[in-house]
Design a protein around this ligand. Structure first.
Ligand SMILES: [Zn+2]
Length: 806
């Protein structure tokens, strides 16, 4: 066995996407009918992803370990292991999981970029993790440290007894799921059993404590299911597979929707609740469906996939629209500025779609995977690889900015482990078929039905549609080459039609085999080339990559009267630095706008931009909207926004004036300086002149005092010069019954004369109206400032869409 083959054989024993290997060895029992080609066999040579993977190794992984050290995550293991003394150092009991995830990423990274120092650092970390593991295999630093102090300071999310709170909050099994994934990766990368032995000791304890004869507590945050399947693949021990299935089968009915325990998993048909937990669970279900050929599981995940793709996914591939549950909203509830789209959910959805592809061999799953990869996942990390988004909104007024780290650090650690594994999504095989799923320049060595095939791709993706494949089997033999034809190269913006291209593109696909035009045969979305391949063969495909206008299903209220721009798999946005005034949200694009595209080497490390023209819009004092003179509009790839500082950004571009956010008219409120009891980044909303009665309710920003309740709060306008005022209007924010804000109990207007705040003398009654606007007339006063005082309800907070003073 040569080295390459040996490497892919080892690789096959674990990794995200490794279900079996591309070498000769067959899985002992069932598994996915299609096998991914492990990323260790695919060396990227492109200018888009290869530099990102290198930066992940040089920047993301070191800083992520640095934060694990400086925040006390590593020290928790040292204390629990008796190397140090003290209390639990960090905020959350799931902080152990970040260390495991970054070990997983570092292990992947070592396979492509060997680094003896990093290898030694992993050894030292693993030694500490081993010391922190209790004698019977239990590993959860928070409890172990607490027990060293006589049970003091046990995290409030944990029960006094092991495991009992896991369905609710303790995250004991969540930590372990990430441990198992890391252990499989580390074993694969280094051949060392150190972390694997810790994981197996832990899994044996879990297997003893849970199961038909033991505890029937379902995991509150899924991931252990996928982790156990990886341990099963590494060891061949069926007990780990059975335990994974047990943890799925004991969910529901009657549990929380938030963590997908509202029904038995096989009865679930809709994507609900926390979207990271959900996608991890659906991925675990896909593993069981594949290995055990379970139709009930398959049926459930098929329906759930349709539910996501037909109504709950953003054009960027992001999922999990709402922040309150960090999860799925109702179908078509896809707000842009408040879009949650957690980075981890994008990664989880990639896991899920990849597994569905491995089950079915259909391009629609890779279409979703590719869209997510190039847009909502990639937006999660800065070009410098040291700043991260948790939510990935599709619109910003400047209130969003990537952070170096988070108290809850799931997203950076997920980026750290996902990015090095990207080459593993390019190819897949069966004994007779070679699938080409992604177009990224690379050199790969693939085993196909026991024979070796070298394949290399030359492409300039995602900027150009031409792909050259050099196919070099060690000797001539027959197999099916299946080249994915992306939906965007045909006329499908997204499978299922939630988003559609405005115009049909009739440019034909071109396929050359050894320089000859070749007839295109399609199968399951793939171009199928079935022939006896011999050394030196080549294939050239030219995917048309015109600039496409995209329209959303009209049930997505926020996107009515708007278009988005897509080219190839890349979704574009307008961002403040590229536009003269820095104002983006007030843009209006002409319905028949012309677009051009060019590559700008100096911009954002080199990127393709799109140019068009539009107008700024402005609100007049009588609440009409006027368009200003035409100007150039530059669009950049959405994933690259916020690399030049915070400011306005917009993916869905208005083509009708009703859908715009015009520049405000120079009213008293707008000319004032705004202050409030809570100075948040959404304070701009109170005087932006956009409220539910003149705009789509879904796209109106608000300011609120959540989670405060049962107290007086205020907002104040400080005038530039004294003004005479006699009227006010306020639009209350109320997100009942699900959210935490309701209309307030009462309110009052005060004005400032000299240094004294006086109440106005009202000429009409103070009213509080839900879904409306409350006006108040009062005796005219000449004031230097005006204040609205708001009494929050005993049970609820409150907020304001807009506050007008005249
Ligand atoms: Zn996250």
């Amino acid at each position: 066995m040569n080295n390459n083959c040996f490497k892919s054989l080892i690789a096959a024993f674990s990794v995200i996407m490794v279900m079996s290997q591309s070498c000769d060895k067959k899985p002992s029992s069932g598994d996915y009918p299609i096998r991914p080609v492990p990323f260790t066999s695919v060396k990227l040579t492109d200018n888009f992803w290869a530099p990102r993977i290198k930066k992940n190794a040089l920047v993301t992984i070191p800083i992520a370990f640095g934060f694990c050290e400086s925040t006390g995550r590593v020290k928790n293991f040292e204390i629990a292991g008796g190397l140090d003394t003290g209390k639990f150092q960090t905020i959350y009991p799931f902080d152990d999981s970040d260390v495991f995830k970054i070990i997983e990423g570092a292990s992947y990274s070592l396979q492509t970029l060997p680094d003896p120092k990093l290898d030694a650092y992993l050894d030292s970390l693993i030694w500490k993790i081993g010391l922190a593991q209790e004698d019977d295999g239990y590993l959860y630093t928070n409890r172990t440290i607490s027990e060293m102090h006589g049970g003091k300071n046990l995290h409030e999310w944990a029960n006094k007894s092991r495991w009992l709170n896991d369905s609710i909050s303790s995250h004991e099994l969540y930590n372990l799921g990430h441990l198992y994934e890391a252990a499989a990766a580390h074993f694969e990368a280094t051949g060392k059993r150190t972390l694997l032995d810790i994981a197996l000791k832990s899994a044996d304890l879990v297997n003893k404590d849970f199961g038909p004869e033991g505890l029937k507590v379902y995991p509150g945050h899924q991931v252990i299911e996928m982790g156990l399947v990886k341990l099963y693949r590494v060891t061949g021990e069926k007990k780990y597979l059975d335990l994974a299935r047990f943890f799925l089968d004991i969910r529901g009915p009657g549990g929380q929707q938030y963590n997908q325990a509202q029904k038995k998993v096989v009865d679930q048909t809709e994507a609900v609740g926390h979207s990271v937990r959900a996608t991890y669970m659906y991925s675990g279900m896909a593993d069981i469906a594949a290995i055990e050929k379970d139709d009930a599981y398959l049926n459930a995940i098929t329906k759930i996939w349709e539910d996501i793709v037909y109504g709950k996914i953003y054009l960027t591939g992001g999922i999990g629209a709402t922040g309150g549950n960090e999860g799925f909203g109702n179908p078509f509830e896809l707000p842009n500025m408040s879009a949650y789209c957690e980075t981890c959910a994008s990664i989880g959805d990639i896991f899920f779609n990849h597994r569905l592809f491995l089950l079915h061999g259909q391009t629609k799953y890779i279409d979703i995977l590719e869209k997510t990869l190039y847009n909502s996942m990639l937006s999660g990390v800065s070009l410098s690889a040291n700043r991260f988004f948790y939510p990935n909104p599709l619109e910003s007024n400047g209130q969003h900015e990537r952070s170096a780290w988070f108290g809850c650090a799931c997203c950076p650690s997920n980026i750290a482990r996902f990015v090095p594994a990207i080459p593993g999504y390019v190819y897949a095989v069966t004994d007779k078929e070679l699938y080409v799923n992604l177009f990224i320049s690379n050199d790969a060595g693939i085993m196909l039905g026991g024979r070796k095939v070298k394949i290399s791709q030359k492409a300039n993706f995602p900027w150009e549609g031409k792909v050259e494949l050099a196919i070099d089997p060690e000797s001539g033999f027959k197999f099916d080459l299946k080249i994915r034809v992306p939906g965007w190269a045909l006329n499908e913006a997204v499978p299922g039609g939630l988003y559609k291209f405005r115009d049909q593109n009739s440019a034909p696909l071109k396929l050359l085999v050894n320089g000859e035009n070749s007839e295109i045969i399609m199968a399951n979305g793939y171009m199928l080339i079935s022939r006896k391949w011999k050394p030196g063969d080549n294939v050239v495909i030219d995917f048309p990559m015109p600039i496409r206008e995209v329209m959303a299903d009209e049930r997505i209220k926020e996107d009515i009267g708007k278009i988005a721009i897509q080219r190839g798999p890349v979704i574009y946005c307008a961002e403040w630095p590229d536009n003269n005034t820095g104002n983006i949200l007030d843009l209006l694009i002409k319905k028949d706008a012309k677009y051009t595209t060019e590559f700008v080497p100096s911009l954002l490390n080199g990127t393709q931009i799109i140019k068009t023209t539009g107008f700024q819009t402005k609100r007049t004092l009588d609440d009409k909207i006027e368009t200003l003179k035409e100007e150039n509009v530059v669009l950049i790839p959405y994933a690259l926004w916020n690399n030049r500082g915070a400011g306005q950004m917009m993916v869905w571009l208005p083509t009708s004036t009703q859908a715009t956010h015009p520049l405000p008219a120079p009213t008293i409120a707008n000319r004032s300086k705004v202050r409030a009891t809570r100075m948040t980044k959404t304070l701009f909303a109170v005087n932006d002149q956009i409220h539910p009665l003149n705009s789509n309710r879904e796209s109106v920003s608000h300011y609120d005092w959540w989670p405060d309740k049962d107290k007086w709060e205020w907002v104040e306008y400080d005038f530039k010069k004294p003004e005479t005022i006699s009227k006010t209007k306020v639009y209350w924010f109320d997100d009942g019954p699900d959210g935490g804000c309701r209309i307030p109990d009462e309110w009052e207007i005060l004005y400032l004369v000299g240094n004294i705040w006086e109440p106005v003398i009202a000429r009409t009654p103070y009213k509080v109206t839900k879904n409306g606007c409350d006006s108040l007339l009062f005796k005219p006063v000449n004031a230097s400032a005006v204040k609205i005082k708001v009494k929050l309800n005993k049970e609820f907070s409150s907020g304001i869409y807009e506050w007008v003073v005249e």
